[in-house]
Every structure is written in structure tokens, then in C-alpha cells.
Design a protein around this ligand. Structure first.
Ligand SMILES: NCC(=O)N[C@@H](Cc1c[nH]cn1)C(=O)O
Ligand SMILES: [Zn+2]
Ligand SMILES: [Zn+2]
Length: 471
């Protein structure tokens, strides 16, 4: 560890260069959900591969096959980037996973700046992907650049797996990992930096994620849209049916109304119950950061449990419904309601699909509507919970202490990174989530940002972690 101060110094000195690298990557509009942006996603994979290659990694692309769109059209999936640094059999091997795709963003959504032009205001670097997840990926690249420039040998071998479809259910990646299992079977530990601190000031390490099950409810009432004056009162309307169904999924205080869900949740143990008290989390700050008008509970423990260890159901939108400004008097012919459930141990996507489908079928039978009704389950991903008392977490914790002078909180996360469990299972090795961004980074939302300080200190934590892992 005698070199670490030189590494930290170099990170400080070259920080603007690394921010420029982040700027370059943010400018590539790699929105995986938008078929029109597939070329940008492929370009983003090429960009990351070239970065790793320039730094001396052996790189290759994993072809992940094709994506079948609802329209029947087929699109190539962006290739995953595989990078290898070092094959020294006497050293441990760390697998680093990150994603290069981003959520959609338009200036008109309410951004104060162009989402694809990294803009620094008061030490905050605004831009789509700045924190989720281009910032953390660039932070890893920056660490390798610094080590290379200083001529410092890597203390461990590194394998990168970078994908460009995470925000669209990591389509193709599980198979890509399985097909390339021989290339990752020597992995000792894995690290994913793709989530956030619980607050703005205290770093954390994360040992749990919720899974996800996504659903589409399609109702059609006519061949084409109708005039609500001419036809209103004579035609049973699809959107009325859909709203009736969607209003019976979850209560105002977040209770899921689908029978059988609550029974599948892992019981709370005394050990787990005790963990929540020690965690640094302020309910009022959380409320203020989310800008929400109220919270489902004002107890710290209940809120954390609701975010981490209980399922939640969110309604996301209705395709086909009139949503522009103004007062169009239309009866939409076909609407598709979208909702998802975040699932937790011991729930599985398969069992959840059955409960959801059977409940929606029973509601539809009660409705006695002549309209057509179809439920489709979209992507599903398992939850993940690990042991945070292992050597991977100890190394992460020591690295954080070195940079921040404090030990991290051990947290879970309400979001989902389904590939986490796949990586753990395929490599048969421990995975740790090491977030570098703060709780108010607004991933997926308007004005996503990463603080310059988090970005720079995050690089230092990642560098120190590499050396701590080797101990
Ligand atoms: N940073 C992790 C993340 O944002 N994960 C997404 C994954 C997802 C699932 N469906 C669409 N995206 C999340 O929403 O948790
Ligand atoms: Zn992410
Ligand atoms: Zn995300």
C-alpha cells in the first residue's frame, strides 16, 4: 500500500481529464430502451472497449444475439465488452461489472441542462448516466489509467464485463455469461458499482437488492379511437376497465392487494431487525431529497424495511391513453397499463407471475366487460442478499475508511440489478456492491448528477479497494 498516496495525488491532479472522459461518454446517447438509439448503444460498447484496449487490456466483444421487438422487428443487441488485465495465477482475480446504457432523457422532461452534455454547476456534474452508471465505469477506467501512468503493477488480476442493456433487463447477458463461463471461472471476487449511498454524507457498501417483475395489461374496446361525445355512454371503454383494475393493485399506504404475496416474504429475524437501528438515515432528509408530499411511514426502520426487505408495487404508465396537454375528447381504442413489483426473498418471478395473473384474471371476470383483455409478463429478475461479513466487504470497508476516515454503513437497496445473482452463481464467488454516488443523484430522473467530490473520492476508494483485496 506504499503507493496509494501517489495514486491519490495523481487522481486529484488528473480529475479534469477524467471528467472529460465522462463528458465524452455522456454525449453518446446509449438509451437501451429506444430502438432508434441502438446504434449509439453499439457505439458506446465500442468506445468502452477502445478505452480498455488503449490501457493495455485484452479485449473482446461477446455477441449477445438479437432482440425481438413487440412489432416483430429484430434488432442486434449491443455486444458486452470483456476486458482482461493480468493473468498472474499467483494473484486473486476481481470481476468488475458495470453498464454503459442509460434511461431515456429529454430536455423537455424538465432538465435544467441538456441531458447528454455533461454540465458542472456548483461541483455537481449533471448529465444522463453521470451516476447510473457511466460515472462509476469511468472511475474504474481512471484508476487503471493512473496506475498505468505511475508504472504501478496491478495488485490483482481484473476482468471487466460491461454491458449496454441493463436498463432494459440485461437482455442476452445471462446467456453471454453462461456461454463464456470458462473465461470467468477463475474469478475470486466481484464488485459492482451501480447504486447509491443511503444519504449524502456517509459512504456505504451494499449487500442486498430487490428483484423485479414487470407486467403489461392490454385492454381493447374498439377498432380505432372514438369520439367521446358521439360514442360516450354507448361503448364500454377500455381505459375505464384498465383504471378499475389498476386501482385495485395497491393501497394508498403501499399494501399490495394481490393475495399470496405477503405470505412469501422471508420472515424478519432478530439479527436483521437489530441491523436497522445502527444505520445512519434521516427520514426528514429523505423526504426533502425525494421532494415527496408525504411518506408511507415516518419511522426510519419501517421506511428502510419497505425499501429493502418488503415487496412494493408501482404503476408506471398507460400506453395508448391521451397524455398530451390540452383536452382531447377521445375514447382510446386500446390501452396498455404497465406496472411492476419489486420482489424480495423468498419470492421468485415465476411464483409472482402466477399470483399476479390469477388475481388479474379474477378481477377481469368480476368486471364482466365485453372488451378484450391480455396480461403479459415482461422481464423478471431475482432478489439478491449476501453476507457482508466476508473478505470482499472487509476490503471495501478498509478502502472507504482510508479515503473517508469513517467505516461505511452496510445497506440493502430497493432497486434491481438481476445480473448480480447470475455473476455470484456462475463464478461461485462473493459479490459486493460499492456505490460511489450520493442519495440525491436522481438516477432515472430529471437532472441526474454525480458530485465531483464523489466521483474523485470514488476513484480513490476503488483504487484502495484493489490493494486491500490483494492483502
Ligand atoms: N442502477 C440499477 C438500476 O437502475 N436498475 C434498474 C433495472 C431495471 C429493471 N427494469 C428496468 N430497469 C432498476 O429499475 O432497478
Ligand atoms: Zn444502473
Ligand atoms: Zn438504472
Amino acid at each position: 500500500m506504499e503507493n496509494i498516496d501517489a495514486v491519490f495525488k495523481s487522481i486529484d491532479e488528473h480529475q479534469d481529464e477524467f471528467i472529460d472522459l465522462l463528458r465524452e461518454s455522456v454525449a453518446i446517447r446509449s438509451v437501451s430502451a429506444d430502438p432508434a438509439r441502438r446504434g449509439d448503444c453499439i457505439r458506446m460498447s465500442e468506445w468502452a472497449r477502445d478505452q480498455l484496449r488503449t490501457l493495455g487490456a485484452e479485449t473482446s466483444f461477446w455477441d449477445l444475439g438479437k432482440q425481438q421487438l413487440q412489432s416483430g422487428e429484430e434488432l442486434p443487441l449491443p455486444p458486452a465488452v470483456f476486458g482482461v488485465y493480468g493473468r498472474d495465477k499467483s494473484k486473486k482475480t476481481l470481476l468488475i461489472y458495470g453498464h454503459l446504457d442509460v434511461q431515456p432523457a429529454e430536455k423537455e422532461d424538465g432538465w435544467n441542462t441538456d441531458p447528454f452534455e455533461l454540465t458542472e454547476i456548483d461541483g455537481k456534474l449533471f448529465g444522463r448516466g453521470s451516476t447510473d452508471d457511466k460515472g462509476p465505469v469511468i472511475a474504474w477506467i481512471a484508476v487503471l489509467k493512473v496506475l498505468k501512468n505511475l508504472g504501478i503493477e496491478l495488485p490483482i488480476n481484473i476482468k471487466f464485463v460491461l454491458e449496454c442493456m441493463e436498463e432494459s433487463s440485461s437482455e442476452g447477458l445471462e446467456k453471454g455469461l453462461e456461454d463464456n463461463i470458462d473465461k470467468i471461472s477463475d474469478v475470486t471476487y466481484s464488485c459492482i458499482s451501480d447504486n447509491y449511498w443511503l444519504g449524502r454524507n456517509k459512504p456505504c457498501l451494499t449487500y442486498g437488492l430487490r428483484g423485479i417483475c414487470y407486467y403489461f395489461v392490454e385492454i381493447s374496446c374498439a377498432r380505432q379511437d372514438l369520439h367521446s361525445g358521439i360514442n360516450g355512454g354507448s361503448v364500454p371503454e377500455a381505459l375505464n376497465d384498465l383504471m378499475w383494475i389498476m386501482s385495485q393493485l395497491v393501497t394508498v399506504d403501499g399494501q399490495i392487494l394481490i393475495p399470496g404475496i405477503a405470505e412469501r416474504v422471508a420472515p424478519l429475524t432478530k439479527d436483521e431487525d437489530d441491523l436497522y437501528d445502527k444505520i445512519d438515515f434521516c427520514v426528514d432528509t429523505f423526504k426533502q431529497e425525494t421532494g415527496s408530499h408525504g411518506l408511507i411511514s415516518d419511522s426510519k426502520k419501517n421506511l428502510l424495511m419497505n425499501r429493502w426487505r418488503y415487496p412494493s408495487l408501482s404503476l408506471h404508465g398507460v400506453e395508448g391513453a391521451f397524455s398530451q396537454p390540452g383536452a382531447k375528447t377521445v375514447i382510446p381504442a386500446k390501452v396498455i397499463g404497465k406496472f411492476s413489483l419489486r420482489i424480495v426473498p423468498h419470492m421468485t418471478p415465476e411464483a409472482t407471475d402466477k399470483l399476479v395473473t390469477s388475481y388479474l384474471d379474477s378481477l377481469w371476470a368480476k368486471r364482466k366487460s365485453p372488451n378484450t383483455f391480455k396480461i403479459t409478463s415482461g422481464h423478471g429478475g431475482m432478489p439478491w442478499v449476501a453476507d457482508f461479513r466476508d473478505a470482499n466487504f472487509s476490503a471495501g470497508s478498509r478502502a472507504i475508511e482510508r479515503v473517508y476516515g469513517m467505516t461505511p454503513d452496510f445497506t440493502r437497496e430497493g432497486g434491481s440489478i438481476p445480473v448480480t445473482l447470475t455473476i455470484q452463481d456462475l463464478t461461485k464467488s462473493p459479490v459486493m456492491l460499492l456505490p460511489i454516488g450520493a442519495s440525491d443523484d436522481m438516477a432515472h430522473s430529471q437532472n441526474e448528477k454525480i458530485n465531483r467530490e464523489n466521483f474523485v473520492k470514488g476513484m480513490k476508494v476503488l483504487a484502495a479497494y484493489l490493494f486491500e483485496l490483494a492483502v
